[in-house]
Ligand binder design. Structure first.
Ligand SMILES: NC(=O)c1ccc[n+]([C@@H]2O[C@H](COP(=O)([O-])OP(=O)(O)OC[C@H]3O[C@@H](n4cnc5c(N)ncnc54)[C@H](OP(=O)(O)O)[C@@H]3O)[C@@H](O)[C@H]2O)c1
Length: 421
């Protein structure tokens, strides 16, 4: 289902003679039907016209079809097609993070109830094999945290802003020009796509039900070129991180731009690359790094799932692979995050301002690690103050920022970013 960027790669592999999938499975895997919206559209992959259909029923109701590969995207009508496929005893392979984030556990249970498999390696990290590793190879670990860069578009924009000190709008226009950002980039730049992927990863890591609404989310559009300059002066890069961690049995999920030490592995993931760092109780830290999108990497993940499914079908083993998800874990609010903070303020260039700001922070028990005063603008008589705090709890920092915003000499809070070390 779907013959776009990913579907084209999958169809191409299946139509080669001999197909690499058939060779690896050890018996023929044939492409029987391809669902599209418009059969007359010209395409970059040659598919015999007789295979194309706009009627999902020709796939879902065909008893000869064993495995459905869904690479259309979106939750409607995909989620409905998932249910119909699983209920009619078809195995499913998908790249769809949205459906897996919103309905993943229910669909996995439906697959199990129907004795079929549902695989979704391509839904997170493109060609990086993180889904299967969390489910299998890392299954013996308690996962202390996952820290990841899982949206290539955002990482490309942030890399451009850092290298060229370019404004957000300019870096976004470049990403669109290169085909890395869609015409409506909201899902990427507002962290929605990353929140879907983090929901999938957290569900697997903690064996619990999570939903995208559990993820605290902050986009990257408010970042300004000077944030990158100051971060660099302090020895940090700015990255949009998707983080899951657990404390006293409570999970915290968040997607936001954060300062990462420049020498840290995640601080060096640039352009459209993705990376996922998993901290396991037995493994310690493990880092996955690679291409998070594009035809080749995503096709690799889909075909890997297809080969695994077809191989299992050839054996007389139970296909469902029981996996139990407990009810949802308690989810901690963003206010409970404990870290250091970068705060940039635009203030009137007058004596005593810093003392007032320090007092507002001190009133909430927050101490300052270092301060920079920059860019005095003679005309508007304003200056920029950059503060790096010592570790503090976020709810106290938010309260202090409210007081600071109300101080007479403070013209604007430029940005507040967390520091993830
Ligand atoms: N592109 C990537 O690098 C990448 C990476 C990881 C995961 N993914 C995921 O993979 C999936 C597919 O992405 P893509 O980039 O390949 O998308 P795409 O290029 O936009 O292709 C979507 C395909 O699905 C078909 N389609 C869409 N809605 C349909 C409907 N309601 N009924 C029938 N056919 C429909 C389209 O048909 P027409 O051709 O007739 O319009 C098109 O062939 C998404 O879930 C995406 O999140 C993509």
């Amino acid at each position: 289902m779907g013959l776009g960027v990913v579907g084209g790669g999958v169809a191409d592999a299946l139509l080669q003679n001999p197909s690499p999938v058939s060779e690896r499975v050890g018996r023929a895997v044939n492409l029987r039907r391809v669902l599209v919206r418009d059969t007359s559209r010209s395409r970059d992959v040659e598919v015999p016209p007789g295979l194309l259909t706009t009627d999902a029923g020709e796939i879902l109701d065909d008893p000869e079809i064993d495995i459905v590969v869904e690479v259309m995207g979106g939750s409607d009508p995909a989620a409905d097609y998932f249910r119909r496929a699983l209920e009619s005893g078809k195995h499913l392979v998908t790249a769809n993070k949205e459906v897996m984030a919103k309905n993943g556990v229910d669909l996995l249970e439906l697959a199990q109830a129907n004795g079929v498999t549902l695989r979704f390696e391509a839904s997170v990290g493109g060609g990086i094999p993180i889904v299967g590793c969390l489910m299998n190879e890392l299954a013996a670990n308690d996962i202390y945290h996952i820290r990841s860069i899982i949206n290539g578009t955002t990482n490309f924009i942030l890399t451009r802003m850092a290298l060229q000190k370019a404004p957000f709008a300019e870096a976004l226009a470049e990403a669109k020009g290169l085909g890395y950002a869609e015409s409506d980039p909201t899902n990427d730049v507002e962290g929605i796509d990353a929140a879907y992927k983090l929901t999938v990863l957290a569900t697997l890591a903690y064996g619990r039900r999570f939903r995208p609404e559990h993820v605290y989310r902050q986009g990257i559009s408010a970042l300004e070129p000077q944030d990158f300059r100051y971060a660099e002066e302090f020895g940090f890069a700015i990255k949009s991180l998707a983080i899951a961690d657990i404390q006293d049995g409570e999970v915290q999920l968040r997607v936001y731009p954060a300062l990462v030490p420049a020498e840290n592995m995640l601080g060096n993931v640039n352009g459209v690359y993705n990376a996922v760092e998993v901290h396991g109780s037995l493994t310690g830290r493990v880092l996955f790094h690679g291409m998070g999108a594009g035809r080749g990497p995503t096709t690799s993940a889909v075909l890997g799932d297809l080969v695994a499914t077809a191989r299992l079908m050839s054996r007389e083993t139970s296909l469902a692979g029981p996996r139990h998800f407990k009810e949802q874990a308690a989810v901690r609010s963003i206010g409970s995050v404990f870290t250091r903070y970068y705060i940039r303020l635009i203030v009137a260039d007058q004596a005593g301002v810093l003392a007032q700001i320090a007092r507002a922070l001190g009133d909430e028990g927050i101490s300052i690690a270092s301060v920079l005063q920059k860019d005095t603008d003679l005309e508007s008589q304003s200056a920029e103050i950059v503060i790096m705090t010592h570790p503090a709890q976020e709810s106290f920092v938010q309260r202090a920022l409210l007081s600071i915003g109300n101080l007479e000499p403070v013209r604007r809070i430029g940005n507040m970013l967390r520091i993830e070390e």
